[in-house]
Design a protein around this ligand. Structure first.
Ligand code: SF4
Length: 165
């Protein structure tokens, strides 16, 4: 069973996208390598910010942190999502836990040349803890959560698993 300190950015992203996706992922079902969407995401990563080195925090791996302690994350999507914001918040939480005074997260969307900046407030810190607790709750479920509505599954790498009857 996953422990709080093992919760990483991917778990948080899946929690926000779909609890069922998180539950499957936690059980080792990971079809990402089959997904063109994910491959495209990796390609955007590889070509957009090559000068920066990812920061490894154990369970969490963020794209880079600048000298003023802002976390930067490069996204392959065109629009910001609550999952992106939650991931940034989670990385700030992790950094604070190891003594780095993370100020917040800057999300980069190179496809649309947008950036979004979120300050790591005390409310964000509380939410980051709540998110970890939620991940542990989903992990403990004896069976997979229900599917989302089909329209919400578009582009999900688990589509074959969930929707092939
Ligand atoms: S296909 Fe839909 S229900 Fe299944 S994990 Fe993905 S988003 Fe969730």
């Amino acid at each position: 069973m996953i422990k709080a300190e093992d919760v990483g950015g991917v778990h948080i992203k899946y929690l926000y996208h779909c609890p069922r996706q998180l539950w499957l992922y936690l059980r080792g079902i990971r079809p990402e390598h089959l997904s063109a969407t994910v491959q495209l995401g990796e390609a955007v990563h590889d070509t957009s910010y090559t000068r920066n080195t990812p920061v490894d925090l154990g369970a969490a791996r963020l794209d880079f942190i600048d000298g003023r302690h802002w976390v930067h994350e490069v996204k392959s999507s065109t629009r910001p999502s609550p999952a992106d914001q939650a991931q940034g918040r989670h990385y700030c939480h992790r950094l604070r836990r190891v003594g780095v005074q993370a100020q917040g997260a800057v999300l980069h969307y190179p496809k649309t040349r947008r950036t979004q900046r979120f300050l790591y407030t005390s409310e964000a810190a509380t939410q980051a803890m709540t998110d970890i607790t939620e991940v542990l709750s989903v992990a403990a479920l004896p069976s997979s959560p229900r599917r989302l509505a089909r329209t919400a599954c578009r582009g999900c790498s688990f589509t074959d698993y969930c929707w092939t009857e």
